[in-house]
Write a protein that binds this ligand. Structure first.
Ligand code: GLN
Length: 219
C-alpha cells in the first residue's frame, strides 16, 4: 500500500493519519525534507494556513513541496490545505511587516479565506460529490456530510480544474453569506485534490479513499 505523508507542522494531523490508515494506507507525519522525499503522496491538513506557510518555510519544506508538486506528486489539501494549494489567495493575511501569506500553489484556483462568514464560522451540510462512484450502492452515491470550520471557498477555477462539489444554498442552513449562490467547495486538477471541509473529523472515509486511488493511478 502507498506511503502517505501528512504535513505535520500544525493543524489536525492526527485525524488525517487515522483516516488514511482506516482506508488501508500507511501514513506518516512529515516535518523534514528527508521525510517528504520518502512519501508517495501528501496530505496538507486543516489548521491555520498562515502558520503552516510560515513553519513550512522555517522547516525548509516549502521549496521541496513545490518541487514535488511540480513533479506530479499527488496532494490532498483540506481547508487550510486547500488555501496552501491554491495558486491565488483573494484576501491573503499579512504579517507584521505587511508581507502577504504565501501558498505552495500548483492548483489553478483562487480561494477566499473564511469565506462563509465570521459570525457563523462553522456549519454542516450534505454535498453531492463527484468521483465517488466506487462507493455507489443500490441507491447511488450517498451524499457527503461536510463540516466547515472557518473554511474557504473557491472563487475561480482554471480550465483544467474539475469542480467536485458545491454548497447548495437551498440545502445549507446558516449560510447567509452565500447570497443564494452555489459555492465551490471541492476541486480536482490532475493529481491535486482539495476540499473546503474536513472529512477527517466526521468519519467520512471516501475522500481519503479517492485520494489513495489517485495515488495508485486508479482514479
Ligand atoms: N481559516 C483557516 C485558514 O485561513 C482555515 C480553517 C481550517 O483549516 N479549519 O487557514
Amino acid at each position: 500500500s502507498p506511503l502517505v505523508g501528512v504535513l505535520a507542522l500544525q493543524g489536525d494531523v492526527r485525524e488525517h493519519l487515522h483516516a488514511l490508515e482506516a482506508v488501508g494506507a500507511r501514513a506518516v507525519g512529515v516535518r523534514r525534507p528527508s521525510e517528504l522525499a520518502a512519501v508517495d503522496g501528501l496530505v496538507i491538513p486543516g489548521g491555520e494556513s498562515t502558520t503552516i506557510d510560515k513553519l513550512a518555510r522555517i522547516f525548509e519544506l516549502a521549496e521541496p513541496i513545490k518541487e514535488r508538486i511540480a513533479a506530479g506528486m499527488p496532494v490532498y489539501g483540506s481547508c487550510a490545505g486547500m488555501i496552501l494549494l491554491a495558486k491565488e489567495i483573494a484576501d491573503p493575511a499579512k504579517d507584521l511587516e505587511g508581507r502577504p501569506q504565501q501558498s505552495f500553489g500548483g492548483l489553478d484556483i483562487t480561494v477566499r479565506r473564511n469565506a462563509f462568514g465570521r459570525q457563523r464560522e462553522s456549519f454542516e451540510t450534505d454535498l453531492d460529490f463527484k468521483g465517488l462512484d466506487f462507493s455507489a450502492g443500490e441507491a447511488g452515491v450517498d451524499p457527503v456530510h461536510a463540516v466547515f470550520i472557518r473554511g474557504p471557498w473557491v472563487e475561480r477555477v482554471g480550465p483544467e480544474v474539475e469542480i467536485l462539489a458545491q454548497v447548495d444554498p437551498d440545502k445549507a442552513r446558516h449560510t447567509d453569506t452565500l447570497h443564494g449562490l452555489a459555492r465551490i467547495v471541492a476541486v480536482r486538477s490532475g493529481k491535486l485534490l482539495a476540499t473546503s471541509f474536513h472529512p477527517e473529523v466526521t468519519g467520512e472515509k471516501r475522500i481519503h479513499e479517492l485520494f489513495i486511488r489517485m495515488i495508485r493511478g486508479e482514479a
